[in-house]
Design a protein. Structure first.
Length: 75
């Protein structure tokens, strides 16, 4: 099976990169990591819901389970 990065993969990577820069810039992440809980609360309260809202937590899941099946080989 041949593996290749498609235009769809590149577009997704660019989109996620832009989202991450807007939502969780370096200063935000540094403050979370330096927190007493090592960022656990920030992830649970802020980042995880934002990732879910973007549909990023289900990229690998089958469509029948609410995902997008990104990266799944077909054929």
């Amino acid at each position: 099976m041949a593996l290749a990065v498609t235009g769809e993969h590149q577009a997704l990577a660019e989109s996620v990169r832009g989202w991450a820069e807007r939502t969780a810039g370096r200063q935000v992440l540094r403050a979370a990591v330096d927190a007493q809980d090592a960022g656990s609360a920030h992830y649970t309260q802020t980042l995880q819901p934002a990732l879910a809202a973007q549909g990023l937590l289900g990229l690998h899941l089958p469509e029948g389970r609410g995902g997008q099946e990104i990266g799944r080989a077909t054929g």
